[in-house]
Design a protein around this ligand. Structure first.
Ligand SMILES: [Zn+2]
Length: 421
């Protein structure tokens, strides 16, 4: 591999510095969206953007966006970015690598005195993770005018609504409309991200080119039974909501593994039991469902089977149920022209051709895919561990990914200059 242009030490230092904010252990971070820690982190990154000579602003949705003007300010921008909010039990790299990497690319362009023909924007989107208000990709969807009814009224575990959290953060629901992007403001979006899976490690490849994102189906399910004394109500007379939930949870797993070799995944990651007492038969259970597949037809089939399972389980135990669909995204494929640009950039770097792979997790790119061409570069991470303080990507791999992003941006710049000249 050729020597890189980007500054790998600066990237590493910034990643480590960000990990200090919301630190919960040696390598663990908790930086929930719209929390004071999130705000502190956004301010820190904003400072770095300004240091690099960029204009940076925090918009009404809580997004941090920096801009490097190009030769033609009216041309559709190239946007690079990701997110810096984290899960409650997270590592240092998920999202962060994409924001710091994007900033590094633009800072390097500035230092190399390269003036692109189009503007380049670096985005750190607000609340990608979606764990606090149970719905992700908030900032990027806001920017693209894709928020849904009632999103500001969603409350976190402590009853704080998104509206209040956003206001405390410095966002402003009154200014949403004026902060939305028009169609064509951005012509292409590139996101650098750790893989969060084991594929690149198994292939012994530092980076990979993403072909598309498997869309998640997210539900919140409520099962209602009837409370009673755990000591006196005979088993045949019970309406135990937790027994019903247990059956659905193990049934979801059985469905997800029903087709051998398929990349389908199904998870129940959150469960609330009411009244949550050892002496009372559970009356109400609420749980989440996360079902993903790159094959939409197969996912739809499994969804139907899961609905049937819920129905049968409710009948068997005398329960009532409600399904709230929180998110239903279809798989979204990366633009051929951007994948080719990444492939050619890898050649310029004299890298072995990066493998191509699908993304099971969703990313800010998923929302961008409805607005403009997008593609992603994945960076190998250890044992595929993510959403865990043990998450790890090496300095060298992150540098390779960042350089690949830089060379890809350079390629797009040269292509556009070629067309103009
Ligand atoms: Zn992420």
């Amino acid at each position: 591999m050729r020597e890189s242009t980007i500054n790998a030490d600066r990237v590493e230092q910034r990643i480590n510095r960000l990990a200090e904010i919301g630190k919960i252990s040696d390598t663990g971070v908790c930086r929930l969206a719209l929390s004071p820690e999130d705000r502190e982190a956004v301010e820190l990154v904003k400072g770095w953007m300004e240091e690099a000579g960029l204009m940076a602003r925090i918009d009404a949705f809580g997004n941090l966006i920096a801009r490097m003007e190009g030769g033609n300010p009216g041309a559709p921008a190239l946007m690079l970015g990701s997110h810096i909010d984290t899960q409650p039990y997270a590592g240092r790299f998920d999202g962060i690598v994409g924001v710091i990497g994007a900033l590094e690319v633009v800072q390097t362009l500035v230092e190399q005195e390269i003036v692109p023909p189009f503007p380049i924007e670096v985005a750190s989107f607000c609340d990608e993770e979606g764990c606090r208000f149970n719905k992700g990709l908030f900032g990027v969807r806001g920017l693209l005018g894709r928020l849904e009814e009632g999103e500001l009224e969603r409350a976190d575990k402590h009853g704080v609504t998104r509206r209040d959290a956003l206001l405390a953060f410095g966002g402003d629901p009154e200014r949403f409309a004026e902060c939305e992007y028009e169609p064509g403001n951005v012509g292409a979006f590139l996101e650098l991200h750790i893989e969060q899976g084991p594929v690149l490690e198994a292939l012994d490849a530092p980076v990979g080119i993403v072909t598309g994102i498997a869309g998640p189906l997210w539900w919140t399910v409520d099962l209602y039974g009837f409370a009673g004394h755990a000591g006196s109500v005979p088993m045949p007379l019970r309406k135990d909501a937790l027994v019903g939930a247990a059956q659905v949870i193990s049934g979801l797993r059985a469905l997800a593994v029903s087709e051998p070799g398929a990349p389908t995944v199904g998870t129940v990651g959150s469960l609330k039991v009411f009244p949550d007492s050892r002496n009372i038969i559970p009356e109400h259970v609420q749980f989440t469902v996360d079902l993903r597949d790159i094959d939409l037809a197969r996912r739809n089939r499994l969804e139907q089977q899961l609905r049937e399972l819920l129905d049968a389980t409710a009948q068997e135990h005398g329960l009532r149920y409600e399904i709230r669909e929180d998110t239903n995204s279809e798989p979204r494929y990366c633009a051929k022209r951007l994948k080719s640009a990444i492939r050619e950039a890898a050649q310029t770097m004299e890298l072995a051709p990066p493998p191509e792979l699908m993304s099971g997790p969703f990313h800010d790119s998923l929302a961008m895919s409805y607005y403009c061409d997008y593609s992603m570069i994945f960076v190998r991470c250890r044992e595929g561990i993510s959403h865990n303080p043990k998450e790890y990507a090496s300095k060298a791999d992150i540098a390779t990914g960042t350089e690949l992003l830089y060379q890809t941006a350079l390629k797009l710049i040269l292509d556009a200059q070629g067309k103009d000249g």
